[in-house]
Ligand binder design. Structure first.
Ligand SMILES: Cc1ncc(COP(=O)(O)O)c(C=O)c1O
Length: 471
């Protein structure tokens, strides 16, 4: 809608304002002074209330408008604007630096609500521009080193020497870790049945044989008892996946690995910042892998990282990431390596994200509390377990088990323009992975019931109510 039917000079009378509101159909007009500066807003309701009390049609707009109103500036992003809206405020004026009305934003009730929206409200754009202007736009540059160091320190909490190796995505992070540990044909690697396919694909890329095992019923993570049962003389490594933000039972897993001389590669793609007995996930295994895809806790668009406390593994990963090229003799290749590098542009975004990772995690946790509070009376919903004494999960995506008709629910969500995500299919259900699976009954049950709800900044109480109605 054109802006002209939405604003009125505040020297006009109430009757003019009411005509305009009737014309624009938005139940509101924005009021401006002679310099087009925004001075107030006047709603249909304000006018009715005033007329009931006074019957004075000739009062000036500026004498009855609301001077204490919600607005946004032209520099704010959509997410920031959306957080200002609620069930009463569905349209707000937008002003420039001189407070001149330049636009408006309207929240349509049926607006599409995605599962995730990256939170890019910090230094992301500044750092990205800085990297761009520096012309260091490929995989050399200061931002890469700063992001690697900063992220490794975030995970290890400065408790030990730590190394970060930034890569192009979380899948290649897993592949790089396995190759660096010498995993290849003839080896077996144990993976959980409930995970994103990248976990098992990375094993297959190495030529090793994945062995799929069942998950714990309460945590949805790999079951240590099932790991023990699956070990053979060929087993070389375990990949515990901290699925949906929940840490695995790391004491048991590390104990089994030690006893059987196995490597541990943690898949932390969905659990940045989660803790097991006060230590962050990613600090237990020989190498740990993260994803920075746009729906992850922090993002670089596409991107990933391997972290380790072992300097030799770190050095080998750096070489393999860069075509296997010798660090001392240029264009001499000691290994068949890969180009798995991250760009300085991605790392610039990553560093800005890292500055706010604690804030982002807190916001997500608050949102989960809100969901739990609002939906606690719904008998069909059970939330992911969050009271393990030794595990501190994070909120990646709100994860629940649903006891009703999932197809019907999904249709209800689609009708209401709300995205809902089913859990991953068990790997053991898919023909391409079936042959690697041991018996997995728990994962099938969890996967069949599991759903993720929108977990982003524009979700508010009203939306959760709407979700409740869809259940
Ligand atoms: C558990 C798990 N592992 C690995 C990956 C792969 O990460 P990426 O998408 O960055 O390749 C993902 C991402 O989606 C994931 O959820």
């Amino acid at each position: 809608m054109a802006l002209e039917n939405l604003f009125i000079n505040d020297n006009k009378t109430l009757i003019h304002a009411w005509k305009l509101i009737t014309l624009n159909g938005k139940n509101i007009v924005f009021c401006v002074n002679d310099d087009n500066k925004l001075t107030g807003v006047l709603t249909d309701g304000d006018i009715r209330k005033y007329l009931l009390e006074t019957e004075n049609y000739h009062v000036l707009v500026k004498d009855i408008m609301n001077k204490n109103f919600v607005y946004a500036t032209h520099k704010e992003d959509k997410v920031s604007i959306m957080t200002k809206m609620n069930s009463r405020i569905s349209i707000i004026p937008i002003v420039n630096d001189d407070f001149i009305l330049v636009d408006y934003f309207e929240h349509k009730i049926d607006m599409y609500i995605p599962i995730a929206i990256p939170n890019l409200g910090g230094n992301e754009f500044n750092y990205l521009m800085d990297a761009f202007l520096s012309t260091w736009i490929s995989s050399k540059g200061d931002y890469i080193k700063r992001f690697e160091k900063g992220f490794a320190e975030f995970c290890f909490q400065n408790n030990t020497e730590s190394y970060g190796i930034a890569v192009s995505n979380g899948t290649v992070a897993l592949h790089l870790a396995l190759v660096t540990l010498g995993i290849g044909p003839g080896d077996e690697v144990i993976v959980p049945d409930l995970t994103f396919a990248a976990t098992i694909n990375a094993v297959l890329y190495t030529g090793a044989t994945p062995v799929i095992v069942d998950i714990e019923e309460d945590s949805w993570c790999i079951d240590p008892n099932e790991i023990e049962k699956a070990i053979t003389p060929r087993t070389k490594a375990i990949i515990p996946v901290h699925v949906y933000g929940q840490p695995c039972n790391m004491d048991r897993i590390m104990e089994i690995a030690k006893k059987n001389n196995l490597y541990v590669v943690e898949d932390c793609a969905e659990a940045h910042g989660a803790e097991y007995k006060g230590n962050k996930v990613g600090t237990f295994g020989n190498i740990s892998c993260f994803s920075f895809f746009a729906n992850k806790v922090i993002t670089t668009g596409e991107g990933g990282m391997c972290i380790t406390s072992d300097p030799n593994l770190a050095e080998k990963m750096r070489i393999l990431r860069d075509h296997g090229m010798s660090k001392t003799k240029r264009y001499w290749h000691d290994f068949v390596g890969f180009n798995y590098r991250m760009t300085n542009l991605q790392a610039a975004i990553g560093l800005a994200q890292l500055e706010r990772i604690d804030f982002i995690l807190e916001e997500k946790e608050k949102l989960e509390k809100l969901y739990r509070e609002k939906l606690k009376k719904n008998p069909l919903i059970s939330f992911q377990k969050n009271d393990f004494p030794e595990r501190k999960k994070i909120t990646w995506m709100i994860s629940v088990l649903y006891d009703g008709d999932k197809d019907k629910l999904t249709n209800n969500f689609i009708k209401n323009n709300i995205e809902v995500r089913p859990f991953f299919y068990p790997l053991s259900d898919m023909p391409i992975y079936k042959e690697y699976a041991r018996s997995c009954s728990v994962s099938k049950e969890i996967s069949a019931k599991g759903l993720n709800f929108p977990t982003n900044k524009i979700v508010n109480i009203e939306l959760i109510d709407k979700i409740d109605n869809c259940l």
